[in-house]
Write a protein that binds this ligand. Sequence first.
Ligand SMILES: C[S@@+](CC[C@H](N)C(=O)[O-])C[C@H]1O[C@@H](n2cnc3c(N)ncnc32)[C@H](O)[C@@H]1O
Length: 255
Amino acid sequence: MNVDVDLNRAEPAVQFVTSEKNKHLPEKTSILGDRMEASFWLARWQEGRIGFHEAEGNDLLRKYLIRLTGGETTSVLVPLCGKAVDLRLLAAAGHQVWGVELVPLAAEAFFQESGVTPERDALGPFERLRTENLTYLLGDVFALTPELLGPVGAIFDRAALVALEPSTRERYVEVLSACLAPGGRILLVTFTYDQALAPGPPFSVPREEVQRLFGERFELTLLEERPVEAQNPRLREQDVTSIQEVAWLLRDLRS
Ligand SMILES: C[S@@+](CC[C@H](N)C(=O)[O-])C[C@H]1O[C@@H](n2cnc3c(N)ncnc32)[C@H](O)[C@@H]1O
């Protein structure tokens, strides 16, 4: 089956691959560019090169969850979610959770490891997998719209912005901003390192870049900056020894 989907009016149509299993994968999009085409992530999942996955979930989310949600039960979007156990943590805390991910294998692994069988249907251009208060959307994050989601009260971005081709960052921030309710918050976890030593992903997203991308629409609070070990073997091979993980709280300035 070939499906042409116009992800963005300004961009040419995207062709989906033919296999039924991967039907929500854009084969190549001008949004994603060469390096980050869907096949790049599909291969990483197929080959088990998912060093980014945190078996115990993200400690920064646990630490700053109240700052993210304001202590209220809300809807939380987790873009580029992979099989993050954080989705479960957020759902268990009573939030309405939306995960968005391109690769079907990631969704399969997530639900298998969660021990639940989701209901499946379609939501716009996405395949929707649902269990109680958790909805996992299979498809391209750039196809998200507030009409599909709600909009949401909070967004948890861990290893998402840093995974995207830098040229797509503005468009990504547009999508997040459009999906966030006025006054909503984003917990953003980025990496910074010397990009001259190695190419991404993960891409380095320095402070000035966070300021440039979000500064006009959000109040920015740097919550924490800490050195981390390079999980990515390619970064280790390139002698990228100094990596900082930076947690930001971004509050939408619209009231
Ligand atoms: C670095 S991983 C991070 C996964 C997750 N956030 C975590 O912390 O484990 C990036 C994920 O984004 C997915 N991805 C990449 N491009 C995407 C896109 N355009 N739309 C949706 N998901 C995408 C990849 O398949 C991969 O699972």
